[in-house]
Write a protein that binds this ligand. Structure first.
Ligand code: G3P
Ligand code: CA
Length: 248
């Protein structure tokens, strides 16, 4: 390894291979797996009839040809939408995936998910999430992670299943304190809050650090030197190449 003594961060594909494919779609997740990503980040919301679906925004307006709030649309209604064409004509016909579909896909590929909960619209959603995570648990002793900016959502997941690894998401260094106080194994920090002090404080308490959303491959060696545990990027294939270069 040419850079330094510590292992380089793991690479996580943010919303799948989202630089080149429509974010949070099966084709973006397949591309990330094909590029060799062992971790994928995605965002979930609960639709009107209870299913957990994968999309970043609370409405379908930006990434589909429809309009409306996910919480007010049924799964059948969501399935009529095209969530690929906004990115490019070659992606026309992509459908809004359910979390269950993605879990099945990544189980085949041996990839783990970082499931970001934006907010649970209804209380039963946390139970539906932990049921799915149990049903599609990865092999080899690995685990999917649930992350959120909303502390309450993470505590709802813990109440359903204390075994699910949790990550507090924050754009501020103070996120480390919240992760430590709540006994979370991960803090997911915006790259602007990641420095030697925040990494040292987290690691001293046994909390791992992921940084988002980092697309600069020329910064990979820097995060390796800092001891960051995971880098979340829209450009998974290019960041994996940067990781390979650090390891060479
Ligand atoms: O996991 C980090 C990142 O996904 C949080 O921000 O807005 O891309 O969901 P956002
Ligand atoms: Ca996210």
């Amino acid at each position: 390894m040419s850079c330094c003594a510590v292992l380089p961060p793991v690479v996580e594909a943010h919303r799948g291979a989202s630089a080149d494919y429509p974010e949070n779609t099966l084709c973006a997740f397949q591309a990330a797996c094909a590029a060799g990503a062992r971790w994928i980040e995605l965002d979930i919301h609960q639709c009107a009839d209870g299913e957990l679906v994968v999309m970043h925004d609370p409405t379908v307006d930006r990434t589909t040809n429809g309009k409306g709030a996910i919480a007010e649309l049924t799964l059948a209604e969501l399935r009529t939408l095209d969530t690929g064409s906004w990115k490019g004509a070659e992606f026309a016909g992509e459908k809004v995936p359910t979390l269950e579909e993605v879990l099945a896909l990544v189980q085949q590929a041996g990839t783990c998910l970082n499931v970001e909960v934006k907010k649970f619209a209804r209380p039963e959603a946390a139970g539906r999430l932990t049921d799915l995570l149990r049903a599609y648990a990865p092999t080899e002793g690995r685990s999917h992670v649930v992350s959120s900016f909303e502390l309450e959502a993470l505590l709802q997941v813990r109440a359903q299943d204390p075994g699910v690894p949790l990550a507090f998401l924050s754009s501020k260094a103070g996120g480390v304190k919240t992760a430590i106080e709540n006994g979370f194994p991960w803090v997911h920090l915006h790259f602007g809050a990641v420095n030697a002090d925040t990494v040292a404080a987290a690691h001293a308490a046994g909390v791992k650090v992921m940084t988002w959303t980092m697309d600069r491959t020329d910064r990979f060696a820097h995060y390796t030197r800092l001891g960051v545990d995971k880098v979340c990027t829209n450009r998974a294939a290019r960041m994996l190449a940067a990781r390979a270069a650090v390891l060479a």
